[in-house]
Write a protein that binds this ligand. Structure first.
Ligand code: ADP
Length: 169
């Protein structure tokens, strides 16, 4: 396993990295979960204004805003798929969230970014499957993008971290 991938337990909004990734919704409207936490910590009004200028984001794609009041320089907003049984392209779309976010980071010259467990909350993606996709796709991107120093999988709780650690061991 690529040792540039790390697992960390805590609130992603506290991380001083080049960019944190947000598990956004397609309207970029802010919501619950990690999205809500990021909007509150970045400064809801200014982040919402930046999101309104962009307009929206399709599932599996990524857009970028400044980090505003966050310690992170930028926020890469990506829209994960809502789990609806697994026959609706969910795996491809989730994989795309990771690759599009990594590509966006490279384009910006970022070397250190952090991902939450995209789609693993209210979007209902089976956690083990989501984590396997996250690790596999980030590892694949790191093979190409040698400039990256660190990709952090930020987990809100230890049980999520255990799933990542099992794969990264
Ligand atoms: P989605 O709508 O994509 O499912 P959620 O925000 O509901 O997104 O959940 C995604 C993951 O983010 C879940 O594993 C959840 O526990 C986690 N999470 C929620 N808040 C935070 C936070 N502040 N920092 C890191 N992870 C978080």
């Amino acid at each position: 396993m690529d040792d540039r991938m790390q697992v960390w337990v805590g609130d992603i909004t506290t991380l001083k990295v080049d960019a944190i990734v947000n598990a956004a919704n397609s309207q970029l409207a802010g919501g619950g979960g990690v999205d809500g936490a990021i909007h509150r910590a970045a400064g809801a009004e200014q982040l919402q204004a930046a999101c309104r200028m962009i307009g929206g984001c399709a599932t599996g794609q990524a857009v970028i805003t400044p980090g505003f009041d966050l310690p992170a320089k930028a926020i890469i907003h990506t829209v994960g798929p809502v789990w609806s049984g697994g026959q609706n392209n969910e795996a491809t779309l989730l994989r795309s969230c990771y690759s599009e976010s990594m590509t966006m980071a490279v384009r910006e010259g970022f070397r250190c970014i952090a991902f939450p467990a995209i789609s693993c909350g209210v979007y209902g993606y089976p956690k083990e499957q989501a984590v396997a996709i996250a690790v596999d796709e980030v590892e694949r991107c790191l093979e190409t993008y040698l400039m990256f120093k660190r990709v952090i999988f930020a987990c809100f709780d230890q049980s999520m971290a255990d799933l990542y650690n099992r794969l990264l061991a």
